[in-house]
Design a protein around this ligand. Structure first.
Ligand code: ZN
Length: 226
């Protein structure tokens, strides 16, 4: 009963054309775009980050772990309902090249199912944990209807753990059509995000999802981007 009501509510929310609205409104061929991406959630700081992003009118891309979506399904639903893009970051944060074909497919497919059930939308993108990937993993992702999304810059926020350093790093890395990797499970990243967004907007950036940044040229299954 409860699950059915939640699913109905999530379907109602995700049927809002938020993503389409942004794609229509922001043309990254004409304006300066940047994609902020957050891995390893949903976590306990993600709701605060969603509020910050909403206040700034910013969209982002979240690469979620299946295991953590099971722990916080309501947060995953909020991410989708607010028009952010969601990608697959495996079920258990496995380093995929070390695993058999079956295990890689399991990591990806179970996460597709979990995210699909919870948000009403199956991801079309995945990001390999630790950035560890190879041609075999990419092929298996293609079989799972997933595009591989890497990044142009990684902040190493999980190692910096310092608001000033994280802010300085993101602002130094920001460039037109960039894809910046951060983690919404790092509290300092979430804490300093209002300041980062304020400065990025001052510099004229439109903060968009990865699909918006690709402007129709993907994401396509089995292809790797960035
Ligand atoms: Zn990760």
């Amino acid at each position: 009963m409860v699950i059915q009501a939640l699913l109905a509510a999530s379907l109602a929310l995700t049927s809002m054309p938020a993503q389409a609205a942004q794609s229509a409104a922001v043309d990254c061929a004409r304006v300066k775009c940047l994609a902020l991406t957050f891995d390893d959630g949903p976590g306990k700081y993600t709701p605060a980050l969603l509020k910050t992003l909403a206040k700034a009118g910013a969209k982002a891309t979240f690469f979620l772990m299946g295991k953590r979506v099971e722990e916080r399904p309501e947060v995953a639903r909020q991410i989708a309902a607010r028009g952010h893009a969601i990608g697959n970051h495996t079920y258990s944060h496995a380093s995929l090249p070390a695993h058999s074909d079956n295990d890689v497919l399991d990591e990806l497919k179970v996460t597709q199912d979990v995210i699909g059930e919870v948000t009403g939308r199956r991801p079309v993108m995945f990001r390999p944990p630790y950035g560890q990937t190879d041609e075999r993993v990419l092929g298996l992702a293609g079989q799972t209807e997933l595009a591989q999304i890497l990044w142009t810059d990684t902040t190493l926020d999980w190692s910096l753990r310092d608001t000033k350093k994280i802010k300085a790093t993101v602002l130094k890395q920001a460039k037109r059509d960039g894809v910046i990797l951060m983690h919404d499970v790092v509290p300092q990243t979430v804490e300093v995000m209002p300041e980062i967004l304020k400065e990025l907007k001052k510099r004229g950036y439109h903060l968009v999802t990865v699909p918006t940044l690709l402007r129709g040229n993907g994401p396509a299954p089995g292809q790797s981007y960035f």
